[in-house]
Design a protein around this ligand. Structure first.
Ligand code: SIN
Ligand code: CO
Length: 376
């Protein structure tokens, strides 16, 4: 139903992470995967990240969610934005899956917005890649070149920047897509009541990598090696360049050792930035109940936003999910990749996978943890 019409090889070589571009009718006959009313319902929930942005002349005022009252909003100059809608609205999954020509570890979330004429968040720069897909209605978008931009009104705390000279100035119709790589300034103007969908993709920063590396070392009592040298330099108060490099080499050694960094990357990149909609089974499902469900033809569905990753040439047979490590030493590479890749497992697939006790135990624990659920 959601088939992305795009020459992927051409897009990846010409535009991805390099240049913004407009993909006209990336989705033909586009149907909104969620209605504005349902979006408003999500924005009322405490655990869902949402905000209203009001355009007030040349200023933008933000009201953070949850949004409890929509009655005062009027017919123009506001926009509702809800993050991680894919975590809470199952019907958006086929739409999100049409972007799986990009790796799961990069996918951040599906942000959905509803805007009235004059609504928008103002000119800004994101540090992630975004595909903005126009749903019902239409919006005009401008995108500027990479560069140094002044923060709006010289306010260091403002998420907005001053106006910019556009290199793209276009109106999107339903099914059109605007792709913007990190760092390109952009601004949306709403022409008529509009649904738009932002598929966000991000990569970890050095700060996040080092934070996760440190956590991993602490959790596992690793990284105890210290700097040693056979000669010292004088005067006493000077730290020589050679010693500076030697000490920092300890960090570089960790970062170059797959036995250390694979666990760190798997843990970090299998986490979601936004809360997952996790409902633990209460009471817990038993193994016999799982057997019965599979015999009755049940399928197993992964909750939206849960990342299950497999690392190429990993030094252990294991999966990473939601920031944790799940060893599966007896599994075959095919079984591991099926478990990582499939968002939904049929009864036939489950029957085969569950022939192996360790896989069955893992799936049962994932169901009980609320990562997967059984459906008819
Ligand atoms: C918007 O829909 O106006 C916000 C999305 C974005 O600029 O990334
Ligand atoms: Co943006």
């Amino acid at each position: 139903m959601y088939q992305l019409h795009l020459d992927k090889a051409d897009f990846l070589s010409q535009y991805w992470q390099q240049q913004p571009t407009v993909i006209r009718q990336g989705f033909t006959n586009f149907v909104d995967p969620i209605e504005a009313d349902e979006l408003a319902g999500l924005a009322m929930e405490e655990e869902i990240s949402s905000r209203l942005v009001f355009t007030e002349g040349d200023n933008w005022r933000i009201q953070q969610g949850p949004i409890t009252d929509f009655s005062q909003l009027g017919e123009q100059n506001w926009q509702l934005l809800v993050q991680a809608v894919n975590h809470f609205a199952e019907q958006t999954h086929p739409f999100c899956d049409s972007f799986r020509f990009l790796p799961d570890w990069r996918f951040d979330d599906l942000m959905v917005s509803f805007a009235m004429p004059g609504g928008g968040v103002g000119p800004h720069i994101d540090n992630y890649d975004v595909f903005i897909i126009q749903g019902s209605g239409s919006r005009r978008w401008t995108v500027g070149p990479l560069g140094q931009y002044q923060q709006r009104n010289n306010d260091a705390n403002s998420p907005l920047i001053e106006d910019f000279e556009p290199i793209i100035d276009t109106v999107l119709a339903p099914g059109d897509i605007l792709y913007i790589p990190p760092g390109f300034p952009h601004r949306g103007f709403t022409l008529e009541p509009s649904m738009s969908y932002s598929m966000g993709f991000r990569a970890p920063s050095q700060q996040e990598l080092l934070g996760e590396l440190a956590d991993y070392m602490l959790d596992n009592h690793l990284g105890q090696q210290r700097f040693v040298s056979k000669s010292e330099t004088l005067p006493a108060a000077i730290l020589s360049e050679q010693q500076q490099q030697g000490i920092m080499q300890l960090v570089a050694d960790l970062a170059a050792d797959p036995r250390q960094y694979q666990s760190v990357l798997g843990r970090l990149l299998s986490q979601s930035r936004f809360d997952l909609d996790i409902n633990e089974m209460e009471p817990e499902l038993t193994e016999d109940e799982l057997d019965d469900a599979i015999a009755d033809g049940a399928t197993l569905q992964r909750i939206g936003g849960l990342k299950v990753l497999l690392l190429e040439h990993d030094n252990q047979l294991r999966l990473f999910a939601n920031g944790d490590i799940f060893p599966l030493p007896q599994a075959t590479p095919e079984q591991l990749s099926q478990l990582a890749e499939a968002r939904c497992l049929s009864a036939e697939q489950l029957t085969l996978l569950c022939e192996q006790d360790a896989i069955k135990a893992l799936l049962l624990s994932w169901i009980n943890a609320g990562y997967y659920y059984l459906t008819e």
